[in-house]
Write a protein of this length. Structure first.
Length: 540
């Protein structure tokens, strides 16, 4: 199957249903593969009929290239509270010779994950990784006539051209073989929850490819599929893209420079269209073999960085709409979120129906805090610090955060659908937030008592009933006031520590006195994340 590049958007639709055997005996009912569902106000990953939250970690690039190396890693990751591991699977290792596939490493990783009762997200490292092309097999890298390269500063570089049908076909064929194999060996167990297609694609060192083929395409009219998409979705376009298009007269015909201006932003949009067409095409090969969620990840361009400082053409927020115009096969556009403005970048990706999926981010104390915000405020499907096997802190802050969230994940996932969860990260620059929850305003701030104030804090709050809230985290306190200024005042009725067992709340200590500041606050101490439930009451 060959997907035509760039001229037409990919219009393949998939049902999300895959056949499989629940048992070796009796009837063979349909088994639904892991898939995304829009449930109320949240898009969720559904696994075996239930929403699933990936409390995950991504392995460093080469950690899983040898099964012996991974044997001691899996128990460590399980002890850290992970339920999912993101791990590379590279083109060079599964197709060392053209047309000859070897899935021994894939099968071994599946067996190891199942032994620890964990899930996997495979990262397809193929034509590109971090903007470069080091992961294709040697038979691809050595044949530059069949598999042409990008040209920068007049010379070919070790980056495969996204304009090559032969490269897309070879990459897509290998990807389809991988997905076909996964369907054969995993459509019953659902160990594999999703697939990342390529890795941080885009051109480094320049805003665009300057090969003869690319120069000719750049000087040609912008495809109608893109300009018509911009016109049809003008009101919901990323603000930066819309501003750029508006500034150039909202043209629907013309060359790339005429429609988007004589700037490197036009170059970036041009490369986004080319990479998007290629990656959607590869993904379509895989979806036809086994339809599970597929996403692309993004090396973010921070601050004043320009296209080429980061991979130009990758799905930055400003060009996600360009990627969407090029095809509908990919399910999620994801940030590799190491940036200091975690909240801002999360918001830019969780928009226009795109769920937040964070495949790479910081671990340690930063990760321990950010996971509460991502899950509680942005309905994140996945939170995954990078190089997780190198962590020296198996029972540290991240592990405690994962354990805390895992205990209340069913409640979080249930209430997400009605928009009844909020998450936050507090520090000296952002010491408080207010959230409207039902008939109340929840005033969240750094915890303070007897003149001692927490330096930082994080957590989430879930509305579980008309007068009842569930909280988790550390270093914060909450007070309540009525939404209506004329309504009766709100008091703290009761605060209980506790846990959920088999979906039921089991209360522990009843907290009062200093623990709730004599009834003036719902408090979470600064030492370690905990879980508490509060009820409120009204009085004149």
């Amino acid at each position: 199957m060959r997907i035509q590049l760039y001229a037409l958007p990919i219009l393949l639709l998939f049902t999300g249903l895959e056949a499989g055997l629940l048992s070796a005996q009796g009837p063979t009912p349909l088994v639904t593969a892991p898939h995304l569902e829009k449930r109320g106000m949240a898009t969720q990953l559904v696994v075996d009929g239930k929403p699933f939250l990936m409390l995950a970690g991504e392995l460093s690039n080469s950690a899983s290239s040898n099964l012996e190396n991974m044997k001691p890693v899996w128990p460590k990751l399980a002890a850290m509270g992970l339920n999912t591991v993101l791990t590379p699977v590279s083109w060079e290792l599964i197709e060392p010779k053209e047309g000859s596939f070897d899935f021994a490493l894939v099968d071994g990783l599946l067996d190891q994950a199942r032994h620890e009762h964990m899930h996997i997200v495979f990262l397809w490292l193929a034509s590109w990784k971090n903007g470069m092309s080091s992961y294709p097999p040697v038979w691809v890298k050595s044949d530059t006539r069949r598999f042409p390269r990008v040209v920068l500063n007049g010379s070919e570089v070790e980056v495969l051209s996204p304009a090559s049908p032969a490269t897309q076909e070879a990459d897509g064929r290998a990807f389809a073989a991988l997905l076909k194999h996964l369907k054969e060996v995993d459509s019953r167990d659902h160990t594999v929850l999703a697939i990342q297609v390529e890795n941080e694609v885009g051109v480094l060192g320049a805003a665009r490819d300057h090969s003869d083929t690319a120069n000719k395409a750049f000087a040609s009219p912008v495809p109608q599929e893109l300009t018509q998409y911009l016109k049809a979705h003008r009101d919901t376009l990323d603000p930066e893209l819309r501003t750029l298009w508006d500034a150039n007269g909202n043209k629907t015909t013309g060359t790339w420079a005429e429609v988007f201006g004589e700037t490197n932003r036009a170059d970036e949009i041009f490369m986004a269209w080319r990479y998007a067409g290629f990656v959607h095409g590869v993904a379509a090969h895989g979806k036809a073999a086994y339809n599970i969620p597929m996403y692309v990840n993004t090396w973010l361009g921070e601050g004043n960085s320009q296209p080429g400082d980061y991979p130009s053409g990758g799905p930055q927020p400003r060009v996600v709409d360009v990627w969407k115009a090029a095809g509908s096969v990919l399910d999620i556009y994801s940030p590799d979120l190491y940036a200091s403005d975690f909240i801002g970048w999360s918001s830019r990706y969780h928009r226009n129906g795109n769920p937040l999926f964070i495949p790479e981010t910081n671990s340690g104390t930063a990760g321990a805090a950010n996971v509460f915000y991502a899950v509680g405020e942005q309905n994140a499907i996945c939170f995954s610090p990078f190089a997780i096997e190198r962590s020296r802190d198996e029972k540290g802050d991240l592990s405690i955060s994962y354990d805390t969230i895992a205990k209340i994940a069913p409640i979080i996932l249930d209430r997400q659908t009605a928009g009844l969860t909020h998450g936050f990260v507090l520090d000296k620059n952002h010491p408080s937030y207010d959230f409207t929850m039902g008939e109340y305003i929840a005033h969240v701030s750094l915890d303070e008592i007897f003149g001692h104030r927490s330096q930082d804090g994080y957590g989430l709050i879930v509305e579980t009933g008309p007068t009842e809230f569930l909280g988790a985290g550390r270093g914060f306190r909450v007070s309540f006031s009525p939404v209506s200024p004329t309504a009766p005042k709100v008091g703290i009725g009761a605060v209980d520590e506790g846990v959920f067992e088999d979906g039921k709340w089991v209360p522990g200590l009843r907290l009062n006195g200093d623990e709730n500041d004599q009834g003036r606050g719902w408090r979470f101490g600064s030492r370690q994340a905990g879980i508490e439930k509060v009820t409120v009451y009204r009085y004149e």
